[in-house]
Design a binder for this molecule. Structure first.
Ligand SMILES: [Zn+2]
Length: 304
């Protein structure tokens, strides 16, 4: 009993190795039945190693009300207990193996419109490209604006609501805490999901910078999307975006004209559209799209 904290009194203790074995078995079983899972696998000792992932985890560390829950969740996230984690617009869904398999849902408020507007006004012309933004290769003053607590871009504890199917689910249980750290790990490989989670469009930062370009000359790579870099570093699919749902009638009446002489710009535009479309629609990754978060009844429209 001595190794158990007072919060785990509801369920029997399951050793890590057994939990991991159960997690793997359950994941295999679900995969066999056609469910596409997106597990959190941590290679080293750190949950995250890149800017957005690191800052996400650092932000969690400031949730003093949950200080006694977070370390346990961090351990869970690190040892393969999260067999599925999906990030959509303002929502995280996960399956975490504890003494049984538990279902977790975390709803995160969109960044308040006023805060986002203010951030764009202060910082957009100091962010030279999406690649720099996603890599955290940013001006010191921009980094400060992003990571300021409170008032930056990261959510405070009161900006999230969570639930877990475990007996301890009313409080922040270790499964919810694990899921929160799982988000940090996911941001390491898909930093663009941060903006999805906060219901903001990162592309607006680049657009806003472009609008200010006449006033303040931007850097040499301003607005330049290096497709190879983006896809290699962040797993963003660089491919033709699906046709927008709106204006299908118009599209049928006036099929797009073929301009053979403009192949390269068309391709680049498609890639830019894809990137632009992804975060706002909330399903930028193959994984997230596979479980159709956009079709979820909890999918929220963009903040008004
Ligand atoms: Zn739980």
């Amino acid at each position: 009993m001595s190794g158990r904290d007072r919060y785990s009194r509801f369920a029997p203790y399951v050793p890590v190795a057994e939990r991991r074995r159960k997690a793997e078995a359950k994941a295999k079983q679900m995969a066999k039945s056609g469910r596409v899972l997106s597990p959190v696998r941590i290679a080293g000792r750190q949950i995250a190693t890149t800017f957005w992932g690191l800052q996400w985890c650092a932000n969690l560390g400031t949730y003093s009300d949950y200080a006694n829950r977070l370390p346990r969740g961090r351990t869970y996230a690190g040892n393969g207990s999260i067999i599925d984690l999906q990030i959509a617009d303002g929502k995280v869904s996960a399956l975490v193996m504890g003494s049984s398999l538990y279902k977790i849902e975390i709803i995160i408020s969109g960044l308040p419109a006023a805060s986002w507007k203010q951030f764009k006004e202060r910082c957009a012309d100091r962010i030279s490209s999406l690649l720099d933004l996603l890599q955290g290769r940013l001006d010191k003053s921009v980094l400060e604006e992003i990571t300021r607590r409170p008032g930056g871009l990261f959510p405070g504890p009161r900006e999230m609501k969570f639930s877990c199917s475990c007996p301890d689910g009313a409080l922040m249980c270790k499964h919810v805490a694990a899921t929160l750290y799982g988000v940090g790990a996911r941001l390491d490989t898909s930093p663009e999901l941060f903006f999805t989670l906060r219901s903001t469009d990162m592309q607006e930062l680049i657009s806003a910078a472009g609008a200010n370009a006449a006033v303040a000359p931007a850097g040499p790579s301003s607005g330049d999307l290096n497709e190879d870099d983006l896809s290699a570093l962040f797993g963003i699919e660089i491919e033709a975006a699906p046709a927008p749902k709106k204006s299908t009638k118009a599209a049928k009446k006036t099929p797009p004209k073929k301009t053979p002489g403009k192949k390269a710009p068309a391709k680049k535009q498609a890639a830019a559209d894809k990137i632009k479309a992804s975060p706002k629609n909330g399903a930028p990754s193959k994984k997230a799209r596979a479980s159709a978060p956009a079709a979820s009844p909890l999918h929220r429209p963009s903040r008004s």
